[in-house]
Write a protein that binds this ligand. Structure first.
Ligand SMILES: [Zn+2]
Length: 481
């Protein structure tokens, strides 16, 4: 097939043929006879329902007294034709089909006025649809789907484990922690040089310039693991992630890049060997995993959930909770029931005050691991929690399991035990009656305004990236290099 045929759009060419034919006062039958085809076939060509062969197009061009190039040219259609075309295109879309409306036939008798109205309504439906799909509702729905999927596969991605093995083989790394030097070596091996900069656009964490093989990273901040952010950027490159089209895309890309980064920092074979030895001794501990691989507690806790079910046969749960009590991340396959809204979303929901994830905030000793048993309506669970600091405040990171499987964990001897009957409001939501009696009606607290309460969708797209700033930043880098 010639590139010419691949490139032309049958809808546009069909319109142009009809335009030229009408201008010449030629009816369908005459054109059909001229190219030795049935009128119905010419009609199908004009409606863009059939892509004609080049020889056929040549005959049509001859009959209409124009060149083939003119027929295929990118020259603009008349306004009327362009409008008809836009309506026709929209009517072939999934969005139009989802409205359950009949197709409108736009014949010569439809006035320009009516055409403009149909077009205007159509564009507005598309705009509203796009806007709605960029709202937090859409993000929550996408996230829910993702969490279900991760539960189904026990939070374990064999393909990514293999990808990590292949990447580590490139730098001859077979076991143990991945040093900063080796991380940089991996970047070089993948064709990137590293550039630390003060003026990375505020809306970005890291920028990969695939064109020139450069990765721009923020200046290192005290206490931050420089490897993670770089590995996430490399993971995005290796997994060939395109700019995400919607929240669902974005969230799943984030899960995959974080997973791959974790699998590089804590290679499966050495991490599993380490954990299996600990299980045999009944000394499983997220702290030990963290210290062995030199990663953050959260990274270690997350990696533990990747490997615990598939390799150690232990169902687990993971919870990251803000100091306000709101859930920021959650995963479970041990049937612990997280608080959820009517749609099943758990992010942003408030955790019971009696759970380990909240109790740990009341403990002054932040060095010794915190362990707790909690009797919940669904059964007894054991949890270990630790507090980590961030720009957004303090978060507790918890890993837990069912009572039946706690025997493999260090901290099983804990005598700390709480009862939780949440979502029963009398568990911990309602204030005790004597406090209500004492204070009721006599207080007026002023709330902190939550900035997200009134926030509209960012003008610069759902991810909030300042595209212009990114391009200007990259231009500046090229100038100075
Ligand atoms: Zn409660």
């Amino acid at each position: 097939m010639s590139t010419l045929e691949e490139e032309f759009d049958p809808l546009v060419v069909g319109r142009r043929i009809r335009e030229l034919r009408t201008k010449k006062g030629m009816n369908l039958e005459v054109l059909a006879r001229a190219i030795e085809r049935a009128p119905s076939q010419v009609s199908a060509i004009e409606n863009g329902k059939r892509a004609p062969q080049i020889q056929q197009l040549q005959k049509i061009a001859n009959a209409l007294g124009v060149t083939l190039n003119h027929l295929l040219s990118a020259e603009k259609l008349s306004e009327r034709s362009a409008n008809e075309l836009e309506i026709e295109r929209a009517q072939r879309s999934g969005l139009y089909a989802s409205l359950g409306l009949p197709d409108a036939y736009i014949g010569k008798t439809v006035s320009n006025n009516i055409l403009d109205i149909i077009l205007g309504l159509q564009r507005e439906v598309e705009r509203l649809h796009l806007q709605r799909s960029a709202t937090p509702e859409e993000a929550r729905r996408a996230n829910l789907e993702l969490r279900k999927e991760m539960r189904r596969i026990n939070n374990y991605f064999p393909d990514l484990e293999e990808e990590a093995r292949n990447l580590l083989a490139k730098i001859d790394h077979t076991s143990g922690p991945l040093s900063e030097r080796l991380t940089a070596e991996l970047a070089n091996e993948l064709g990137f040089t590293l550039h630390y900069t003060q003026d990375l656009p505020a809306s970005t964490r890291v920028i990969t310039d695939e064109k020139h093989g450069r990765i721009y990273l923020p200046m290192r901040r005290e206490g931050r693991d420089a490897r993670t952010i770089l590995l996430q950027a490399l993971a995005g490159h290796v997994l060939k992630h395109e700019a995400p089209q919607d929240y669902g895309d974005y969230l799943s890309q984030r899960v995959l890049t974080n997973y791959l980064a974790g699998a590089l920092l804590m290679p499966e074979s050495s991490a599993v060997a380490f954990l299996q030895a600990a299980k045999t001794k009944c000394e499983l501990s997220v702290e030990d995993l963290r210290d062995h691989f030199g990663v953050s507690y959260e990274t270690a806790a997350h990696r533990f959930t990747n490997l615990a079910t598939v390799h150690l046969d232990l169902p687990v749960h993971f919870l990251k909770v803000h100091e306000s009590g709101a859930i920021s991340k959650a995963y479970e396959n041990d049937n612990v029931t997280f608080p959820s809204d009517v749609f099943g979303s758990v992010e942003g929901q408030i955790v019971c005050r009696n759970w380990s994830a909240r109790r740990v905030f009341t403990i002054e000793d932040r060095f010794t691991p915190y362990y707790q048993y909690t009797d919940k309506p669904v059964g007894t669970y054991w949890c270990t929690s630790r507090i980590e600091n961030s720009d957004q405040g303090q978060f507790s990171v918890s890993v837990g399991t069912k009572f039946e499987t706690v025997k493999y964990f260090r901290g099983r001897a804990s005598t700390t035990r709480y009862k939780s009957s949440c979502p029963d409001p009398s568990c911990c939501r309602h204030a005790p009656a004597e406090l209500e009696d004492k204070w009721g009606g006599m207080i007026r607290p002023t709330p902190k305004l939550n900035s997200s309460l009134l926030a509209a969708i960012p003008q610069n797209g759902f991810l909030g990236i300042e595209h212009r700033e990114v391009l200007e930043f990259l231009e500046g880098q090229r100038d100075s290099s």
